[in-house]
Ligand binder design. Structure first.
Ligand code: NAD
Length: 470
């Protein structure tokens, strides 16, 4: 199989959508190109005393809005083409969910499991040091976040390094998002991407016309789904879809997949994997040794939540799911997408579906700049107002509300409530927006093309209002 260039895939999708817009060619070219790429190599002293050279990148795709924003990935497969593609997707993603950032992405080319915690800390801090030195990080410049292979711990190291190297400004902790709550993180960020994936799928399943076209009933309840990748995004997507009534029939990890048409209990599978270091041999489930075959199982919704280029023109004809929900970035190649759409399937595109992470990162960034926890100022006020209203009704009617009901009714929103509410609103509104664009084109374009049209138009307006393209 010839090597699939990820950035080229993203740009093919861009070009398909650009054809439906009327923007000047030069402006479209400016939106599409990657503005700057910083390629670094630095030495890492391993625990055994040997020195290893490590390769890393940070790509800033579009500066039409600042800061630029995007995750940092640790994987052996990281390369320049990949970070540029992922940075571009970030630009479009932020535009789709109206988060006021440009797009960026970073990556370190390492097989993470081969490194000790102290080696990972040294290389993360060194990477952050290099970004500071070249002005590729800062609350108003470029704000990284977690991605494949990284999490709150790495973000905390980056924030600390940035803080130590700069002038201890009040905004320093807004230089990175996805931090632990104790380090300025926001509640709900860890699960945000998976939760957003759930909101997006739920919204799609509520559209009666689309469900009829796919030959499925309305609503997420009862739908059989398969998840590829049991990491941050895959785990939380599976958790929320299961809580919403979906039936998890298969799970695929790199060591293999397990299948049970009656359903798998997610948390029991996670406990089993922790104990046995493999999801295989889970009681009651069938083992699938070749993990990729799980993508081809009979189900309603397939959720690839691992890496890009998982569904190609080679396996696309064997995909049975009627809805493919791109929780990962770029899991379906452009050729494969065309084949799936021609076969009457629906693809919920990555740049919309996994935007929950950047949405809640935006909330975290706002929290860091304002230095106050969401809900702190108004929670008690809301509760008191509700209490006063109920007391007035009780006095007028002469009836009083039972204490247990009163407790449920009188509740002010805390940080997690507000973050989840903001996330749900963002994901639902953005879906309806994309769906409407598709409807305006007589439903003849894909949701991806509709999402790209939306993103291109929004970025184009910013450039025009900046006066660069009058
Ligand atoms: P993660 O490192 O937490 O988890 C990824 C999981 O996928 C790992 O458990 C890994 O073992 C598994 N995996 C890798 N290759 C596989 C394969 N071929 N088959 C089955 N399983 C495989 O990463 P993540 O943060 O969950 O990211 C997953 C995807 O979601 C990536 O494409 C990432 O860019 C995207 N994404 C992540 C976020 C976020 O907030 N973390 C936000 C938006 C998009």
């Amino acid at each position: 199989m010839s090597k699939i260039r990820f950035f080229e895939q993203v740009n093919r999708n861009f070009d398909d959508a650009a054809a439906y817009t009327k923007h000047p060619t030069g402006l479209l070219e400016q939106i599409k190109i990657c503005n700057s790429v910083y390629h670094i190599t630095f030495p890492l002293k391993r625990d055994d005393g040997t020195i290893q050279t490590v390769e890393a990148w940070r790509a800033e795709h579009s500066h039409h809005k600042l800061p630029v924003k995007g995750g940092i990935r640790y994987a052996a497969s990281v390369n320049e083409d990949e970070v540029m593609a992922l940075a571009a997707l970030m630009t479009y993603k932020c535009a789709i969910v109206d988060v006021p950032f440009g797009g960026a992405k970073g990556g370190i080319k390492i097989a993470k499991w081969q490194y000790s915690d102290s080696e990972l800390e040294r290389l993360t801090r060194r990477y952050a040091f290099e970004l500071v030195r070249k002005n590729f990080i800062g609350p108003g410049i470029d704000v990284p976040a977690p991605d494949y292979g990284t999490g709150a711990r790495e973000m905390s190291w980056i924030a600390d390094t940035y803080n130590a190297m700069t002038d201890h400004s009040l905004e320093a902790f807004a230089c990175v998002t996805g931090k632990p709550v104790s380090q300025g993180g926001v509640r709900g960020r860890t699960e945000a991407t998976g939760q957003g994936v759930f909101f997006g799928i739920r919204e799609a399943c509520e559209n009666a016309l689309d469900m009829k076209t796919l030959g499925m009933g309305v609503g997420i309840a009862g739908k059989r789904f398969v998840i590829q990748g049991l990491g941050n995004v895959g785990y939380y997507a599976a958790k929320f879809i299961q809580e919403g009534g979906g039936i998890l029939v298969a799970l695929a990890e790199y060591e293999g997949a397990i299948y049970n048409p009656k359903g798998l209990d997610l948390d029991k599978v996670v406990a089993h994997r922790k104990e046995r270091e493999s999801i295989l041999n889970y009681p009651g489930a069938t083992n699938i040794e070749n993990s990729a075959e799980a993508l081809e199982l009979d189900c309603d919704i397939l959720v690839p939540a691992a890496l890009e280029n998982q569904i190609t023109k080679e396996n696309a004809p064997r995909i049975k799911a009627r809805m493919i929900a791109e929780a990962a970035n770029g899991p379906v190649t452009a050729d494969a997408a065309k084949m799936l759409l021609d076969a009457g399937k629906m693809i919920i595109p990555d740049m919309y579906l996994n935007a929950g992470g950047v949405t809640v990162s935006y909330f975290e960034w706002l929290k860091n700049l304002s230095h106050v926890r969401f809900g702190r100022m108004n929670k008690r006020f809301e509760e008191n107002s509700q209490q006063r209203l109920i007391t007035a009704v009780e006095q007028m009617t002469g009836k009083s509300l039972p204490a247990d009901i009163m407790k449920k009714v009188v509740t002010g929103a805390d940080e997690l409530d507000l973050v989840n509410s903001g996330l749900e609103e963002t994901m639902c509104e953005a879906y309806q927006n994309i769906r409407e664009i598709r409807a305006r084109h007589n439903n003849e374009i894909s949701l991806r093309t509709a999402a790209f049209i939306d993103a291109i138009n929004k970025v184009a307006v910013t450039y025009m209002e900046l006066g660069i393209f009058p």
